[in-house]
Design a protein around this ligand. Structure first.
Ligand code: XBP
Ligand code: MG
Length: 263
């Protein structure tokens, strides 16, 4: 049987609903701090999520605004300043408790640690945002949970490019089929698939209806066993509250060739 050696975690949307209540609100506070009239509502931010990376997202949005600086260089400088401010507000929001880990995440991490399944973070978010989130929720030794951590500043090309996953696999010295990625967005899942990794999709708020290509399994989150494809066993007592756990991941991973890929 194929062995699952490592679980590779995405951060935003997968570990926590960081985007709608964290980054988006923090971007708006940054606009306000610089006296800009720009605001990203929930729907507009959803459109902008197709552009990964905070600075890249800001520049993309400015390109379509008549009240943004004219030259690309000025826009880049403004994006950098806004991004710095945004990250500061994001960290404050996280510390104030506005962003919590999704249910089932810590439990699955604990099972991996206990049973010797290695873990890594594969994110195109800035390292300081990862640190802000995980220091609050996993404690000061948060980084020791992960053998390899690859963040936005470590790659030349952000997701959906597979570079972040190539770096993680190289760091772990594993082949793609020895690991499993957990993602919440089509761009993240595409990055994993482009690195030939099997991917489990835990849909986040912004991607409840999104179409995913070639997921090994796809469902509403680790907090519930209902609504997954392939379907999960529901025969345990209290199945309504039961989480998706490491045994489920191991089963999906082992059956990968026999079950069709879900989209
Ligand atoms: C999520 C992203 C990031 C965050 C903001 O990446 O697209 O851009 O929205 O992060 P992932 P920064 O799901 O791979 O973690 O502002 O730090 O770029
Ligand atoms: Mg994500």
């Amino acid at each position: 049987m194929r062995q699952l050696n490592a679980v590779l975690w995405d951060v935003d949307g997968t570990l926590a609903e960081t985007e709608r209540d964290g980054h988006r609100v923090a971007f708006n506070l940054a606009f306000e701090a610089l006296g800009l009239p720009w605001r990203w509502d929930v729907a507009r931010y959803g459109e902008l999520l197709t552009v990964t990376g905070g600075r890249e997202r800001l520049q993309h949005d400015m390109a379509s605004r008549t009240d943004a600086p004219v030259t690309a260089r000025e826009r880049l400088m403004l994006a950098e300043e806004l991004h710095r401010l945004k990250n500061h507000h994001y960290a404050e929001r996280v510390r104030s408790g506005a962003v919590v880990l999704r249910p089932g995440v810590v439990e699955l991490m604990g099972q991996c640690a206990e049973r010797g399944v290695r873990m890594a973070l594969a994110t195109t978010t800035s390292r300081m945002n990862v640190e802000a989130l995980l220091r609050v929720h996993l404690g000061s030794r948060w980084a020791s949970w992960f053998e390899v951590i690859v963040c936005g500043e470590d790659v030349r090309h952000k997701k959906p490019d597979p570079e972040v996953y190539h770096q993680v696999l190289a760091g772990l010295k594993l082949r793609p089929l020895q690991a499993l990625a957990i993602e919440d967005s089509p761009m993240g899942a595409a990055a994993a698939r482009a690195a030939e990794l099997p991917v489990v999709v835990t849909r986040s708020a912004y991607f409840e209806q999104a179409i995913f290509d070639g997921a090994t399994a796809i469902g509403p989150g680790l907090h519930q066993r209902r609504g997954w494809r392939p379907a999960l066993s529901m025969d345990q007592q209290g199945a309504d509250d039961a989480l998706v756990g490491l045994d489920d991941l191991i089963d999906w991973h082992a059956q990968m060739d026999s079950v069709s890929q879900f989209s």
